[in-house]
Design a protein around this ligand. Structure first.
Ligand code: KG4
Ligand code: ZN
Length: 392
């Protein structure tokens, strides 16, 4: 079965076509085509994602990358060019939620070649509601035009299933599994008794890990997104053995539960800069920044690994999945892989670096798992943006 997947939950606009096959115990995925436009450079000047801008950019970018994906999968005919010309006004029509306009679109685009896909999977949450709406409206319009059924996808299930991509025949996850999700908006420990059932057994009480990186980086005068910057500086500090000066707390390390809190870490970074550099990051040298970045990363790793071990033991999980943008950090990735030393039986899975941050390929994987676990019949009218959608 071929799935066309759409992701617009934050600041990446992405579409993929993935060939999905196999049963739940060993699902197989083969990427046919994929295209992604990142808005990071546009949001940099705001120091974070600016929702109205994200919405406008998604609307502009979706038709462009759809065309690219159709071309790359050899499904684009020159006769289709009318569809892609003058995107803006057409997308404005799509975004208008009046059903009359959808009908209008249907008539207008009835000549477009229907791609060889069986389902359209779209992220419905969690994320920024205005951004999610663009992807959902676009998916609904394509579904009407091409008469292709829609599948709703939870973005966090997307991160979990990102580890299923790029694998050969041995894609059988042994359950119970544990997922540790570390992204810009979420920090969650999820117990997974089987595909399609997700019990969140630990979560951050305030900031997510990625958010702690991004906010700390901002205080140090580093550009958005801060995660890759902190990780780059921390690696520099580690590989060049620069003297260790900064010390930060390990928040909630000894709390009895599996929850996290990272807002205190952010405050500790603020106080450290205030007390040692007169609150002025411009007086910090690159070495000072690298030293602090290393300590921020070390604090986060200590807490994440401690709680992960506790969760592994409590749930007796056989597989550990670690996913979300923050696992793009090589040091954090190595810290999780090193758990193999203490838990020899454990199958530890992380996505490739490019599938760690937001992408649409993982949305196709989650769409397929959703079809296998929940069926194919979703009410077209139930497709709404759910900014706070939970895993369950
Ligand atoms: O999963 P993701 O792409 O988007 C959300 O769903 O939130 O995660 C984005 C987060 C950002 O906070 C970013 O700073 C962080 O992932 N991030 C990293 C790295 N690359 C992205 N954090 C640490 N090291 C990286 N290399
Ligand atoms: Zn994400």
């Amino acid at each position: 079965m071929k799935i066309l997947s759409i992701e617009t939950s934050c600041d990446e606009t992405a579409i993929s076509i993935v060939d999905c096959s196999g049963e739940l115990k060993s699902p197989q995925f083969k990427l046919i085509a994929s295209s992604l436009i990142s808005q990071i450079n546009l949001h940099k000047e705001y120091g974070g994602v600016f929702p109205t801008l994200a919405k406008r950019e998604h609307a502009t970018n979706l038709p462009i990358i759809l065309k690219k994906v159709m071309q790359d999968s050899s499904q684009y005919n020159e006769g289709d060019q009318n569809f892609f010309a003058g995107n803006k006004s057409q997308i404005e029509l799509v975004l208008s939620k009046e059903i009359g306009l959808f009908n209008n679109l249907e008539k207008q685009f009835s000549t477009i070649t229907r791609p060889d896909v069986d389902h359209i999977a779209v992220t419905v949450g969690p994320g920024l509601a205005p951004a999610l709406w663009v992807g959902i409206s676009f998916a609904r319009a394509l579904s009407l035009i091409w008469n292709i059924p829609l599948v709703p996808v939870n973005h966090m299930e997307g991160h979990i299933t990102s580890v299923l991509m790029n694998r050969d025949s041995k894609n059988n996850i042994v359950f119970p599994a544990l997922a540790v999700l570390i992204s810009g908006g979420h920090t969650e420990i999820v117990s997974i008794p089987n595909w399609g059932t997700y019990n969140v057994i630990g979560a951050t009480l305030d900031d997510a890990v990625g958010e702690a990186f991004d906010k700390s980086a901002r205080m140090m005068g580093l550009p958005y997104p801060g995660g890759p910057e902190i990780s780059r500086l921390a690696t520099y500090a580690n590989t060049h053995n620069i003297p260790k000066k900064a010390t930060l707390p390990r928040p909630m390390l000894h709390s009895k539960d599996l929850n996290f809190s990272f807002s205190g870490l952010k405050t500790a970074v603020l106080y450290y800069i205030r007390d040692h550099f007169n609150a002025d990051n411009s007086s910090m040298t690159e070495l000072d920044k690298a030293d602090l970045a290393r300590e921020i990363e070390a604090s986060i790793i200590d807490v994440l690994i401690y709680k992960t071990k506790k969760a592994l033991e409590e749930t007796m999980s056989q597989t550990l999945i670690v996913a979300g943008g923050v696992i793009a950090s090589t040091t954090i990735r190595s810290a999780f892989m090193a758990l193999k030393k203490d838990y020899e039986y454990l199958d530890i899975r992380v996505p490739s670096t490019e599938l760690s941050t937001d992408n649409s390929t993982m949305i196709a994987c989650a769409g397929y798992i959703t079809i296998l676990t929940k069926g194919k019949d979703f009410d077209y009218n139930s497709f709404t943006a759910e900014g706070n959608l939970k895993l369950k």
